[in-house]
Structure formats: C-alpha cells, structure tokens
Design a binder for this molecule. Structure first.
Ligand code: F0G
Length: 457
C-alpha cells in the first residue's frame, strides 16, 4: 500500500471552535497582535507548538491511573528511570518538570560567567538560560544550513571546523558542547550520525563533554534511517542508542518526543555533575524521584518514550509533515527544505518580501494566518532572536514562521484546510503591511511582547 495512514484510531475527541474573520480580527487586536496571548478557545487549528500538545495513547492513560504518587521512591520513577536508561544508556537519571528546568539546573550548576557553550543552534530557552548565567550561547550551524531552499539532508549539523577553532582558542571556557537533535531553531533539521561522530571525537580530543538536547531525538533517528548510508536496516531505537553512545549525557523536554503533556529530563554519566544538579533540583523542583512531576506523569512519559520510537508512527509522522511542506511548496510558498520533522517553516522574509526587517515579516505573517484562517503559528526569527544593541536592532539570520504539528492530534483534512487557507492568503499577501513593537521585554520577548499594526491592513 502506498497510502500512509494515521497509525491510530481516535477514541476521544475535542471539538474545535469556528469563528468568523471579523471576530478573529477583534480577538488578535485585543491580544496586542501576539498569538501567544490568544485564548485557545478562539483558535481553530493550533500549530503554535508541538510541545506538550500531543495526544496520549490508551496505554499512557492507563499508566496515568496506575501512577504511584509516593513522595520518595515511587514505583513510577523506577519505570521512568528504566525507560530512560534503555534509550539513552547514561548512568544517572533525574526527572524535571520540563525541558527548560533541566536547562536551568545544568546552567546554574555547571556554567560560569564568561563561559562559552557551542552548539548547532540553541533553542531560545536554552540560549536564555546560558546567557542568564553570564555565558555565551554560541551557534555554529553548518554552512549548508544558510541556503534555506537546498535539499541538503542534514542541515541541522554543527560546523565541526568552526567548533574545533572555538575549542582551540577557548578550551578552558567551554564546560560542554550541546547538540540539539533535531535542530528546532534551525528549521527542524536533523543532525547526521557522521556529524555526531566527528563532534564527539573533537570533544574527546579536548576533554570536553558532549551533551544532547534530545527533545526530538526519535525524529532525528528516523531521518538518519531514511537519509544516511548504512542505517536503513536499523530500528529507530538502535539508531537513537548509537547517537547517545557518542555523548556524555542529555537534556530533554519530554513534551515532544516522549508524548508527554508535561515533563523533562537530565541524564548524565558524571557523578560530580549529577550531585550538584541533584542538590539544586531538591531546592526548587522536588525530591529526585519526581523532580516536579506527579507519579502519573512519570508513568505516561515512560510509556511515551517507548511508543515514540515505533517505526510505523515515525513513518507517518515524517510523511504527514512533508505532506504539508510539499503542498505549500507546490503553491510557490517559500518553505525551508528539506521539510523538518515536527514542523514546516515558511521563510517569511522571502514570502513577504515587500516588508523590511523592522516591519517584522515573520510575526506579521503569524498575525495574518490567525486573522485570515484561524490558524495559530509561531515566529522563529526577528522577534524571538532579534537583539537590541546600543539602541539598534540586530536581526537574526532567518525570519521563519513555524507551522508545528502536534503529535497524533490533527488528521489529513485539518492539514488540507491549512493548505487551502495559506493559498488564499498568498494571493493577497501584499495587504500585510507589517507590525512594530509597542512593548518589548528584555528576556524571551516573543512570549509577552505587544505590537501595533503599521498602517491599515
Ligand atoms: N529544547 C528544544 C530543542 C526545544 O524545542 C524546547 C522547547 C526546549 C528545549 C525547552 O523545553 O518547553 O519543555 O521547557 N520547545 C517548544 C517549542 C517550546 O515550541 O519548540 P520546554
């Protein structure tokens, strides 16, 4: 059979709201043109994020009922620990309430002022946690990632020559190197096994630990299976285990590739680091066998971590994301290629080429997507990563709009609705006149910034 179908039946449904355009225009104006401020009851299709928005399976819901809520040594923790060790293979396992809690603990325990943390491309919360410790989050994406429309299969790679140079010059300032798989801020692009191996060898040469941000490790493993020589006969779990064998530990937001609605993780080999982190965790997250989660969450995550590497699921996941990508591409919408694992990214500077960076093309597109078709999506560009230095804006390399696909939530007809909507929007895109900041917070501005429209759209 050529048709790839959703590898699940739907057992529980949640109605979605339908609003008219006039109402949506009023709602987004009240939200000060920030999609993060729109109540979800006004959103028809929510592609803001794939984080914590997935549908749990019957097995996960059954796990919720059998979760052990003991304060210390809960049964559910041991199940969680076993699932994590079986996937990652590192010595120590600590749950956290979500990915950024793991980042914060690692940063506070390990990073010193003046340090440098090189990576392929740090996610925004990772960057912010590094910077708040007085260190530099240094992105070294591979050269191929600059061409948004080429078909290079592993645009998530780190530039290993650049990494070597940084380590040669700053060895004492680098406590670890962090590879984000897949590379979310770089377009959801995978990192190849070859790149991971070279990075690992360089890190070993300089005696520096290699850590992974494993939020979407299963999608990355499946891309390796599809695109890298020698992996087509291996299972996603075997590939994941090989990836992690080249490192010394990982952080993970388990709201992505563990099918969790909440949850995170730190898993490391180092006794010394884990002790420091564990002590901080007790201070703010809770006892080390629950780390800010309920026993039932640990149970659901342990099951989710096993379900995510199911090959039928990953085949459908990657095919359904590329279905959206292919259709947008065939309509002439500039999308980042190849298509990412969890999302399709529109190159907003190219799509809205009548807007200057100051008019925030990516953010403006997210506003238009909501107003015109009731679809909520997320800018990963000028607002999220733009910086103000001496009163002047420094714009990031890319201004993307991410259509992130929640796991096991929407069907093909929902995606067809989005495609039809974007096609209609493309025909009148010149009516989108841009936005300007009316409020811009210092840290992670995208979550709470406010905007006004430039002119009348
Ligand atoms: N690392 C990556 C690669 C992420 O994509 C995220 C979150 C985090 C860390 C932080 O994890 O949200 O559990 O605290 N990404 C979400 C997104 C928010 O929409 O891409 P968290």
């Amino acid at each position: 059979m050529k048709t790839i179908i959703e590898p699940f039946k739907i057992k529980v449904v949640e109605p979605i709201p339908f609003l008219d355009k006039k109402t949506r225009r009023k709602i987004i104006a009240e939200a000060k043109y920030n999609p993060f401020k729109i109540p979800s009851k006004y959103v028809t299709i929510d592609l803001l994020t794939d984080s914590g928005t997935g549908a749990m399976s019957t097995a996960q819901w059954a796990g919720i009922i059998s979760g052990d809520e003991s304060y210390a040594g809960a049964r559910s923790f041991y199940k969680f620990e076993e699932a994590v060790k079986s996937t990652f293979g590192y010595k120590h396992v600590l749950p956290t309430h979500q990915g950024r809690a793991a980042e914060r603990l690692l940063a506070q325990a390990i990073i010193k002022k003046g340090d440098i943390i090189p990576g392929n491309t740090h996610f925004d919360t990772t960057q912010a946690n590094i910077e708040i410790s007085g260190a530099t989050a240094l992105n070294l994406p591979c050269k191929e990632s600059k061409d948004l429309s080429s078909d290079y299969p592993f645009k998530g790679n780190i530039d290993t020559d650049a990494l070597r140079e940084v380590l040669e010059e700053n060895r004492d300032r680098v406590p670890f190197v962090l590879l984000t798989i897949t590379n979310n801020s770089g377009g959801g692009q995978p990192v190849s096994m070859a790149n991971i191996k070279v990075t690992s060898a360089i890190c070993k040469e300089f005696g520096i630990p290699l850590l992974f941000d494993a939020a979407r490790f299963a999608e990355n493993a499946y891309f390796i299976k599809l695109r890298e020589n020698g992996y087509s006969d291996k299972s996603p779990l075997e590939i994941a285990r090989e990836i992690f064998s080249y490192g010394d530990g990982a952080l993970m937001s388990m709201k992505k590739d563990a099918f969790g609605n909440i949850g995170g993780l730190i898993t490391l080999n180092s006794d010394e680091w884990i002790e420091k982190i564990r002590n901080l965790l007790i201070l703010t997250e809770g006892f080390p066998t629950y780390g800010g989660l309920a026993g039932r969450d640990l149970e659901a995550l342990a099951i989710g971590l096993q379900e995510i590497v199911d090959e039928e699921y990953l085949k459908y996941r990657i095919a359904s994301t590329s279905y959206l990508g292919k259709h947008l591409d065939s309509l002439g919408i500039p999308v980042v290629k190849p298509f990412g694992g969890h999302a399709v990214y529109i190159d907003a500077r190219s799509f809205l080429d009548h807007l200057a960076n100051e008019q925030l093309p990516g953010w403006s597109l997210t506003v238009a997507m909501y107003e015109e078709i009731g679809v909520r999506c997320c800018e990963i560009g000028n607002v999220m990563f733009g910086k103000v230095v001496n009163g002047k804006y420094i714009w990031p390399d890319k201004d993307l709009v991410r259509l992130a696909i929640p796991r096991r939530v929407y069907t093909q007809s929902h995606v067809d609705y989005v495609i039809e909507g974007v096609a209609a929007l493309a025909e009148q895109k010149d009516r989108i006149k841009g936005l300007s900041f009316s409020y811009r917070p210092e840290v992670l501005p995208h979550f709470t910034a406010e905007f006004t429209k430039v002119g009348v759209w």
